[in-house]
Design a protein around this ligand. Structure first.
Ligand SMILES: Cc1cc2nc3c(=O)[nH]c(=O)nc-3n(C[C@H](O)[C@H](O)[C@H](O)COP(=O)(O)O)c2cc1C
Length: 216
């Protein structure tokens, strides 16, 4: 018997796992992000470090895609990519970006707005060196976001760079990290009847975080 898919409009879920209040969140959004990230890891959320990255180019046209969080320090959220990609081009035109994490196992979302800046060459070198050999070759083989005539181009490039470098693969200068320095961080916890909890931090001019609650 054929399986009939559910009507999209009828797909809904009532969120009942948890609540979020101002006291629990505390005053340091970085500390609270670490807490939620650890809880997402413990909950076995798949690809817990996957986040949507939205960029906007000089024409005001937005682009969004998933990237992986690869570092988090007191300054911001780090991901790695090809600097010549669409996202790299957008950031060079407009450094304002947005990140979104969705940990559905915990009915949680974190939305971040901030400014992206390139990490140091040393930081990119260190992370590149930690990647598996195939990923390091891939960074050379793929002209990310460019039109290519077919899959064969990638395989040819990959083989070419494998011959050229052997196992001593340097970081391509067009590949590296960005750090998103946040100016806003929102923690969202799903609640029943769409009455969700949203605790919202904004960065003041003096460097302190202001905490507020947003209507769901
Ligand atoms: C789970 C997942 C993780 C990804 N991680 C990265 C990443 O860390 N860096 C990256 O450049 N692309 C990553 N990608 C691919 C991007 O989504 C995107 O296709 C690519 O970066 C090109 O984007 P752009 O043309 O908008 O620049 C990931 C995709 C998925 C689905």
């Amino acid at each position: 018997m054929a399986v009939s898919p559910q009507n999209i409009a009828d797909i809904r879920k009532d969120y009942q796992l948890a609540a979020l209040d101002e006291k629990t969140v505390g005053d340091d959004p970085f500390a609270f992000f670490h807490k939620w990230f650890a809880e997402a890891q413990i909950s076995h959320a798949d690809e817990v470090n996957a986040m949507a990255l939205a960029t906007v180019n000089a024409m005001g046209i937005p682009h969004a895609r998933i990237v992986l969080l690869k570092g988090l320090d007191e300054k911001g959220f780090v991901f790695f990519t090809n600097y010549n990609s669409v996202k790299g081009q957008d950031i060079s035109e407009n450094p304002n970006v947005s990140l979104v994490f969705f940990w559905k196992e915990l009915e949680r979302q974190v939305c971040i707005e901030g400014v992206a800046e390139k990490v140091s060459a040393e930081e990119s070198d260190a992370y590149f060196a930690s990647r598996p050999e195939g990923s390091r070759l891939g960074a050379w083989a793929s002209p990310q976001s460019q039109l290519i005539p077919g899959r064969a181009v990638l395989d040819e490039n990959y083989n070419k760079y494998q011959q050229e470098f052997g196992s001593d693969i340097p970081r391509p200068l067009h590949w590296g990290g960005y750090r998103v320095i946040p100016t806003q961080i929102e923690f969202w916890q799903g609640r029943s009847s769409r009455m969700h909890d949203r605790i919202f931090f904004t960065l003041d001019a003096d460097g302190s975080w202001q905490k507020n609650r947003l209507a769901p």
